[in-house]
Design a protein around this ligand. Sequence first.
Ligand SMILES: NC(=O)c1ccc[n+]([C@@H]2O[C@H](COP(=O)([O-])OP(=O)(O)OC[C@H]3O[C@@H](n4cnc5c(N)ncnc54)[C@H](OP(=O)(O)O)[C@@H]3O)[C@@H](O)[C@H]2O)c1
Length: 277
Amino acid sequence: MGHHSGVRDDGGRQRHGDGEQRGGEDGGRGPRGGRTVLVTGGGTGIGRATALAFAAEGAEVVVVGRRLGPLRETSAADPRITALAGDLTVEGEPERIVRRVLETHGRLDVLVNNAAVVRGGPLGSLGAETIGPQLATNLVAPVLLTGAALPALEASGGVIVNVSTSVDRRAWPGSSVYAATKAALESLTRSWAVELAPRGVRVVAVAPGAVDTPIGDHQGLSAERQAAVRAWQLAHTPLGRIGRPAEVAWAITRLAGAGASFVTGAVLAVDGGAVVA
Ligand SMILES: NC(=O)c1ccc[n+]([C@@H]2O[C@H](COP(=O)([O-])OP(=O)(O)OC[C@H]3O[C@@H](n4cnc5c(N)ncnc54)[C@H](OP(=O)(O)O)[C@@H]3O)[C@@H](O)[C@H]2O)c1
């Protein structure tokens, strides 16, 4: 590919050395032409596609997740991608992850809060063991990670992209808590956009509809149940098909790009029309 050989698995790499540079018309690019992007949940699905899309644009990308195996599969696909294992719900991990990115890359331009877990069930069946991990992963972790990343994002004139879901604006029977965590993430997007505008940081969200990823496997759904969920989603998707992770990654990279410099506080549905149907 002709660019530098990346050091994997959070090995010490050369610093870019211009962490103070603010984003201008060039989108805050470093001397090697690339921004540094942190993607949570970058080992699988939408996160992996997003990491690949940013790397294809010339960005340096760090992917975070609990399992090193999937992260390494992502980083193996492009030398600009580095795997960094960590559980965002463990105390101190969001701060450690940001410190590590700054040690290895010297700057942070884009934070993609993409990691999430889904634990379904009807009201009455929902216990603390179902509610807790969803709140911790989908809501608390993005708040802590973004807070830890803020000084670096302010220094680079950076962008925060939160990954929501298009169904959080509709009823989602059987996944009410998950939908509520995403509605909260969109609320954070609007509040942070206004709070951080004077500090030169943009905040946006992308709300995918039904997308072909391992999310159903990670939720522990049987093949039968996953097929039923897909059928329900298809029936509510005017474009009549399931989306591809790369179609969501397209929106994330575009909204994080310099061309989107007047966009903040917006939530873009990438859902085949589901939310307006
Ligand atoms: N697929 C869809 O139809 C769809 C629709 C709407 C919205 N979304 C949203 O899109 C985003 C990506 O989901 P996806 O569909 O690509 O599903 P996915 O493959 O299950 O991705 C979730 C990722 O989050 C990581 N993760 C979970 N808990 C974590 C933790 N505590 N610390 C660090 N990483 C953690 C997982 O890796 P580890 O297990 O290795 O930690 C996994 O790579 C999510 O926010 C999801 O809510 C998806």
